[in-house]
Design a protein around this ligand. Structure first.
Ligand SMILES: *[C@@H]1O[C@H](CO)[C@@H](O)[C@H](O)[C@H]1NC(C)=O
Ligand SMILES: *[C@@H]1O[C@H](CO)[C@@H](O)[C@H](O)[C@H]1NC(C)=O
Ligand SMILES: *[C@@H]1O[C@H](CO)[C@@H](O)[C@H](O)[C@H]1NC(C)=O
Ligand SMILES: *[C@@H]1O[C@H](CO)[C@@H](O)[C@H](O)[C@H]1NC(C)=O
Ligand SMILES: *[C@@H]1O[C@H](CO)[C@@H](O)[C@H](O)[C@H]1NC(C)=O
Length: 185
């Protein structure tokens, strides 16, 4: 369960919208983590940095105790360029343990599973061990992993972690999909 990982998953849903834009970059402007339950987490952070016109993320968490009951509430709002209207692309609740175990069987999410594996120090799966640092370093979103048809605009991603039936952390990320042409250089 990586927090930035979920953001990546969220972004993948953009394929549903469809436009003609082919050259784009996904920028994460900000990630805020709130409602962190000190009984559950020893630490929990997510840092975003921009490098060569690309967003990279470092994130990590340590649980105080073993975690084997993890539910997720995820929602993604999107504003297309030149449109004031908000679109809620999804607003879902699901079992995080099930997702992590079964993501590799899903063609759509497998690409993120692979990316997560490449950038993490330890396998993300339930049960999560207490006192162990689960970290992801320098993870980015490779546009090649996205479908060609991604709309331009702004987005806001909400992810809530419900651990042992209690809200244990809320992650809010904002960013944008902007045009990007390699030809201009
Ligand atoms: C980043 O984008 C800016 C503006 O489009 C451009 O001037 C700059 O050369 C780009 N840098 C890299 C490393 O691609
Ligand atoms: C993964 O999916 C299988 C089949 O749908 C299910 O039986 C199993 O419980 C799931 N894994 C977890 C950890 O829930
Ligand atoms: C984690 O470390 C604390 C303090 O060292 C200890 O009290 C606790 O039992 C440990 N928890 C686990 C799951 O190892
Ligand atoms: C992050 O990845 C990029 C490209 O893969 C690389 O150029 C950069 O040096 C890496 N940064 C760190 C801090 O590892
Ligand atoms: C993050 O928190 C800062 C300070 O409270 C706020 O200004 C900003 O809008 C927040 N960003 C997001 C994406 O919620």
């Amino acid at each position: 369960m990586n927090f930035c990982f979920w953001i990546c998953c969220s972004l993948f849903i953009f394929q549903c919208l469809g436009t003609e834009e082919r050259n784009f970059r996904v920028f994460i402007d900000q990630v805020n983590i709130t409602h962190v339950d000190p009984d559950v987490y020893e630490t929990f952070y997510c840092k975003v940095f921009q490098f060569n016109n690309r967003s990279y993320m470092d994130s990590g968490h340590i649980f105080k105790n073993t975690v084997s009951d993890l539910k997720v509430h995820a929602a993604l709002d999107f504003w297309k360029v030149k449109s004031k209207q908000k679109m809620t692309l999804y607003d879902v609740r699901f079992d995080g343990c099930n997702f992590l175990e079964n993501a590799s069987k899903n063609r759509l999410f497998n690409v993120f599973g692979t990316s997560l594996k490449k950038h993490s120090n330890i396998k993300f799966k339930c049960p999560f061990q207490g006192n162990i640092s689960y970290e992801v370093r320098n993870m980015t979103m490779d546009e090649q992993d996205f479908p060609s048809f991604v709309p331009l605009g702004k987005f806001r991603s909400l992810i809530e972690y419900i651990i042992n039936q209690r809200l244990s952390a809320r992650v809010i990320a904002s960013g944008k999909i902007i045009p990007y042409s390699a030809d201009q250089f």
